[in-house]
Design a protein around this ligand. Structure first.
Ligand code: SAH
Ligand code: SF4
Ligand code: F3S
Length: 519
């Protein structure tokens, strides 16, 4: 297969970069004395493509026997940035490393391997990683044998990989989101060759099953699908995560059953756009509503999902969620803007009115539902009136909380080249007003719980006071109450006595109560 030759001069002055060799397996280059083995590199054009060919599901045994002892006596740390998808990928990375014999450490001075699992969603997410690389440079100078790797969504970007090659030559490994299962081979390659190894795949992606996962605590994530085909004009994710592809229902259900058997109390089903689940199946008609109906029958106390796209949220799903049981009454439903013209420019493919209609339908079917959302302010050209529409939508829906962001241009996305005449000062003021409005509604939502008895899954001791326990309601609200640490991992009932903006306080109800919400 012929590889494209990339013009590195596009990004930097690579006058001192030399190609040492090049063949169908990749190429070796030298930049300032550092040899770099580029097995494959990101390609923005390819990442944009969505072909018709079907998805391969591969059932891999990712750590071959000869690599099972490579990490013995060695320690690792993985730093994770970004969304739950990335957190869950880190669990896979840790699972692979432990199968190779590595053990974890919290002390970076002790680590033989440090990985940064990165996020590309906004500029400040990337800045954090480059800042961290600056710190790690010193450690790498003190401990040259330590392996340092960069993976995750930033690795899928051409500009990032070139910046690392040019300015952070002390990095040993760069790999992307589609080839996490190749980690054992890549570690071997960089340990033995001492070159920087770069392997990033820009294909649309397969599904790799059977990868080990190191899960902790009582809550578990389960991927139901990968990638995104929505191409919202501001968003980098379709480029970093590939084509929308669903895991087979039998694989998802088997994993949820196994987690139930292991005693996990809560499962979160993950996808960038879970409502599109199953749309890529060519042999069966089976969607997200069907999947939720099936997991509703599994004996696990709570099931959540994230993230929903309003466009594909169908009546079947609403009907299934209304059955409740282990399906909690909390829906994270990103709206992004309350103005239809802005939504159109964002290519969200719904209007303000359609979003509000959907909310009305959901509230009718599940009257005590808690809705949360994501909102971007300062999208290119957003006017004061358009921003006011966002505020009025927030009031109309009454979100219990929201993640709010100032728009951040991402290279290679359509919005990055749209004219933006809104000054940063104005964007910051809008964000402040939006956050003030959300806090008001969050407190209002919490206020409704005063005096009520709620079911809480106890997660641990509160950060600031070890006599206080912290847990979450079915609607994902944080609850603090006094109780014995033995309750961690259990369901209890708490009577709400006091209400703050971002959490609620209560007293443990000691008399036994029937737990209506799960079987
Ligand atoms: N798949 C999810 C969201 C993934 S990204 C969905 O479609 O809802 C999480 C959030 O980051 C988005 O909902 C959006 O609000 C925000 N976001 C994405 N790209 C952004 C950008 N370029 N600038 C600012 N915020 C962004
Ligand atoms: Fe990004 Fe839109 Fe896909 Fe969400 S649905 S990941 S915002 S492109
Ligand atoms: Fe970030 Fe990638 Fe998630 S860009 S938000 S880590 S999918």
């Amino acid at each position: 297969m012929a590889k494209e030759t990339k013009d590195y001069s596009k990004y930097f002055d690579f006058s001192d970069a030399k190609i040492i060799s090049q063949d169908e397996y990749g190429k070796k280059i030298r930049i300032r004395g550092r040899e770099i083995n580029i097995i494959s590199e990101p390609n923005h054009r390819q990442e944009k493509q969505r072909g018709k060919e079907s998805i391969n599901v591969l059932y891999e045994d990712a750590v071959p026997d000869e690599l099972k002892h490579l990490g013995e006596g060695k320690k690792y740390i993985v730093y994770t940035y970004g969304c739950q998808m990335n957190e869950h990928d880190t669990e896979t990375i840790k699972g692979l490393l432990e199968q190779m014999g590595y053990s974890s450490t919290e002390d970076r001075k002790e680590a033989d391997l440090i990985l940064l699992n990165t996020c590309a969603i906004r500029e400040n997410a990337e800045d954090k990683v480059f800042g961290e690389l600056g710190h790690l440079k010193h450690l790498k100078t003190e401990k040259p044998d330590m392996l340092l790797g960069v993976c995750g969504c930033m690795s899928q970007e051409e500009g990032v990989v070139n910046r690392i090659l040019q300015k952070h030559g002390f990095v040993d490994m760069i790999f992307g989101t589609h080839n996490i299962h190749r980690l054992p081979q890549l570690i071997k390659e960089s340990l033995f060759s001492k070159e920087m190894v770069v392997e990033v795949w820009s294909k649309e992606g397969d599904i790799i099953e059977n990868l080990p996962k190191k899960r902790e605590g009582m809550r578990a994530w389960v991927n139901i699908m990968y990638g995104c085909d929505k191409f919202c004009t501001y968003c980098i994710v379709p480029f970093t995560r590939g084509k929308e592809r669903s895991r087979r229902p039998e694989d998802v259900i088997a994993e949820v059953r196994e987690l139930a058997r292991q005693g996990f109390k809560e499962i979160t089903l993950l996808g960038q756009n879970v409502n599109a689940y199953g749309k890529d199946f060519t042999d069966i008609h089976y969607g997200f509503g069907d999947l939720m109906d099936d997991v509703n029958k599994i004996d696990i106390p709570r099931i959540r999902f994230t993230t929903s796209h309003p466009r594909d949220f169908d009546d079947r799903l609403i009907e299934v969620l209304a059955k409740r049981g282990n399906l909690v009454e909390h829906i994270h439903l990103p709206v992004q803007s309350g103005n239809s013209a802005v939504l159109k420019k964002m290519s969200r493919k719904y209007t303000r009115e359609q979003y509000l209609e959907l909310v009305a339908k959901i509230k009718k079917a599940i009257p005590d539902v808690v809705l949360t959302t994501d909102i971007i302010v300062g999208f290119p050209g957003e006017t004061d009136e358009q921003f006011e529409d966002t505020l009025s939508l927030v009031r109309e829906v009454g979100f219990d909380s929201a993640y709010t962001f100032i728009y951040s241009p991402r290279e290679g996305t359509p919005a990055a080249v749209m004219e933006d005449n809104v000054p940063m000062e104005v964007k910051k003021r809008r964000l402040q007003r939006l956050n003030d409005t959300i806090s008001e509604y969050s407190r209002g939502g919490n206020e409704k719980l005063r005096g009520q008895i709620v079911e809480v899954l106890v997660e641990g001791e509160s950060k600031n006071n070890d006599k206080v326990l912290a847990g979450r309601t079915r609607t994902n609200k944080l609850v603090h109450f006094t109780g014995s640490p033995e309750l961690v991992g259990q369901f209890v009932h708490v009577k709400i006595t006091d209400v703050m903006t971002w959490y609620i306080k209560g007293d443990l109800v000691t008399e036994p109560m029937a737990v209506e919400s799960y079987r």
